[in-house]
Design a protein around this ligand. Structure first.
Ligand SMILES: [Fe+2]
Length: 297
């Protein structure tokens, strides 16, 4: 039976609530200027609503959200984002990992766990803060990795950290033994161009090393606001790492216009088939842009 996973990312929920003056100390000050000058024209609630309506009409079995729900980590943004998550689906049907904007200031890490913890919890009912976590859905092992760390103004970096990397090795091994199709959910892409130095995953090389030794069937991410596929080394062939645009970027957009992916997964251990359907916003509404079967390399 085909399992359909939808992947949406970086909604950067708008409108931004009006910050109080005292809330604009430090990194939020530059972020607020950036929002007013540029980002508020890019990320539009109406665009996001059309993307979500189209996604729900596809009736996926599960929805993955790879972070950057908020913009400046203002306390009210987390409540708004919780309401958005609830409208997307029940915590059992929606799996979330946080992004760098969700930890825009230090308090954001705790706020995201408080408000969104149910969407970031493993099946075993572990502590809410337990990353990486594992959820089994149909033939899938959904493995949530957090790269959400506060950083200096103008930086948008992420870090997995030694503790998560160690736990990730075991989760990848265990879920491979169970014969599951392993999907790693992560906000930052595992590889980045030199020009993305300020927004890179600082321990991306260590993550890639774990994936090369322990394997995964698919890595899905956001952060770059672009459709992209990069093939990573794996123990038996390469692993696709697939990024989606922001779910709220109005066309034509600075990056790719808003969109999302559907992954239609069939098969069983060592004989998986994954068809990727890319849907995105155009002047004619949300349409299918591409359909391709992932070929193992
Ligand atoms: Fe990001």
């Amino acid at each position: 039976m085909t399992f359909v996973l939808a992947h949406v990312s970086d909604p950067h929920l708008a409108p931004l609530p009006q910050p109080r003056l005292i809330e604009l100390i430090g990194k939020r000050a530059t972020g607020y200027v950036n929002w007013r000058r540029k980002r508020q024209a890019i990320h539009q609630a109406e665009v996001l609503a059309r993307i979500v309506a189209d996604l729900k009409a596809q009736r996926p079995d599960h929805i993955a959200v790879t972070g950057d729900l908020v913009n400046l980590a203002l306390p009210r943004e987390y409540q708004t984002a919780r309401a958005w998550l609830d409208a997307l689906g029940a915590p059992a049907d929606v799996t979330l990992v946080p992004g760098n904007h969700d930890a825009y200031v230090r308090s954001g890490v705790a706020a995201s766990l408080t408000h969104w913890g149910e969407f970031m919890r493993g099946d075993e009912g572990a502590a809410v803060s337990g990353f990486p976590f594992l959820r089994r859905r149909g033939p899938l092992a959904l493995i949530g990795v957090s790269t959400s760390v506060p950083s200096l103004p103008l930086f948008a970096i992420g870090r997995v950290g030694a503790h998560q990397l160690q736990r990730l090795e075991k989760i990848l091994d265990d879920s491979a033994r169970e014969g599951l199709y392993r999907v790693v959910l992560i906000h930052h892409p595992p590889t980045s161009k030199p020009s993305h130095y300020l927004k890179r995953l600082t321990d991306g090389a260590r993550l890639r090393d774990v994936l090369a030794r322990h394997g995964a069937e698919l890595v899905i991410h956001g952060h770059n606001h672009r459709r992209q596929t990069v093939w990573l080394d794996g123990p038996a062939g390469c692993i696709p790492a697939i990024g989606v645009p922001s779910a709220s970027e109005a066309p034509p957009g600075e990056h790719d216009p808003a969109g999302y992916n559907l992954y239609r997964i069939d098969g069983a251990r060592d004989a998986w088939r994954c068809e990727v359907i890319t849907r995105g916003m155009t002047n004619d509404g949300v349409v299918e842009l591409d359909k391709t079967v992932l070929k193992s390399r």
